[in-house]
Design a protein around this ligand. Structure first.
Ligand code: ADP
Ligand code: GN1
Ligand code: MG
Length: 369
């Protein structure tokens, strides 16, 4: 049960009939607040976001930009960009006496997000939605945004954090994960491939989402068309490869992120293909040749990074990601490592699939590993 009075908090925004837990994200506490319309009330996780006011600053700027661009394009669907509902005294968040931060959004109605394995058509539509999101933000100056979590996708830093956690071994769990640690160590050189180039013309800093799990995009219930990208807490300057890679990591997996039976876990190439197709339809016009070249690799990289994050959290006592059972972060880390291994074995096929959706000119500059 929450340690805060939800009715008192919701009343800072509006009056509601009923408030109930909603969604299955790993980070924030999400509630559905019902009145004549529905709203989403969220407690921002302060352990993860040390400065929630900076998070809300970014979200207000980004959602306003999206709304303006959508209006210019003639998109009148009010659901097409998240809308922050201010408090009765006009702030984009409510801070409790204990220092917790809450915010409210309009509810994206007649649409849903997917936490389970998607069909190729659903994943294709999600890719188009994310691709369109980057394209709408491609003229937004990244320097206007705070870096709300420093070094979020700094994969070499994630590697060091894991090795430090294993060294400290505060809960005596490191012996149990020796194999996993040596698997990661053998791939240390992979961790720097994107960070080394980031900020150069080959791999420009863009406004990216940084958390493009399939359950962070809403698709229309009737048509399946992408409606709105949500969970904008980590919108920051970054590489578009983070977003492509993370989408594949989660959505192209044959099994749940915490599946204990690793025999069920592999990267589904049909799903890889449907996402790549949709993503390139929306972004090929502005991606650089290096970005295109690194798309298949980014899936492996982001999966390795996520494995390292889950494993670090396991070694440190499960304090970052929400868990609902013992060993869940370890299971999550193991599925990710299994996916990395599978993607390594399928690297050539993933390249061939990617090439299929490039223009003849891009095809000629794409070099296979
Ligand atoms: P977390 O950071 O914990 O993942 P999210 O912002 O992704 O939190 O919200 C969790 C879930 O709640 C989402 O996966 C989605 O299903 C639902 N959700 C969040 N915002 C909205 C919204 N504005 N309208 C409808 N559903 C939403
Ligand atoms: C978290 O908030 P959610 O559930 O969409 C995490 C992502 C991880 C993901 C793994 C702010 O995403 O970075 O990739 O879990 N978000 C944050 O499932 O750390
Ligand atoms: Mg989420």
């Amino acid at each position: 049960m929450p340690k805060y009075d939800l009715n008192q908090i919701a009343a800072q925004f509006h009056t509601y009939r009923e408030i109930s837990p909603h969604g299955d994200g790993h980070i924030n506490d999400t509630y559905l607040a019902r009145a004549s319309e529905s709203f989403i009330l969220q407690r921002i996780n302060r352990e993860v976001f040390h400065d929630p006011e900076q998070v809300m600053h970014n979200i207000v700027l980004v959602t306003e930009h999206l709304r303006q661009k959508l209006a210019k394009q003639g998109n009148t669907d009010p659901r097409a960009a998240l809308r922050v509902i201010p408090t009765l005294d006009g702030k984009p968040f409510y801070r409790t006496e204990e220092g917790d931060y809450f915010r409210m959004y309009t509810f994206i109605d007649h649409a849903r997000s997917y936490s389970e394995k998607p069909s190729p058509a659903i994943f294709y539509n999600a890719a188009r939605g994310f691709g369109r999101f980057f394209s709408l933000l491609s003229d937004f100056d990244p320097s206007r945004l705070y870096e709300t979590i420093a070094h979020f996708h700094d994969t070499p830093a994630r590697y060091r954090a894991l090795m430090d956690a294993a060294e400290r071994d505060q809960l005596g769990r490191a012996a149990q994960v020796r194999e996993e640690l040596s698997f990661v160590r053998a791939r240390q050189s992979d961790t720097a491939v994107v960070t080394r180039l980031l900020g150069t013309p080959d791999l420009p800093l863009r406004v990216t989402h940084n958390d493009t799990k399939l359950n962070n995009i809403m698709l229309d219930d009737q048509t399946g068309e992408p409606v709105c990208v949500i969970d904008l807490d980590t919108v920051m300057p970054g590489s578009i490869l983070y977003d492509f890679g993370d989408s594949i990591r989660f959505g192209a997996s044959s099994a749940a992120e915490d599946e204990p039976d690793l025999d069920k876990v592999y990267c589904d190439l049909t799903l890889y293909e449907s996402f790549t197709k949709g993503f390139l339809e929306e972004t090929a016009a502005f991606l650089t040749p290096t970005e295109k070249q690194l798309l298949p690799f980014s899936a492996r990289l982001l999966t390795l990074e996520c494995a390292m994050r889950f494993l670090t959290d396991y070694l440190e006592g499960d304090t970052y990601f929400k868990t609902s059972r013992a060993g869940q972060n370890l299971d999550r880390a193991r599925t990710q490592l299994k996916l990395v291994k599978d993607m390594e074995e399928k690297a050539e096929q993933m390249e061939q699939i990617t090439i299929k959706y490039l223009s003849p000119q891009d095809k000629s500059t794409f070099s296979c590993a």
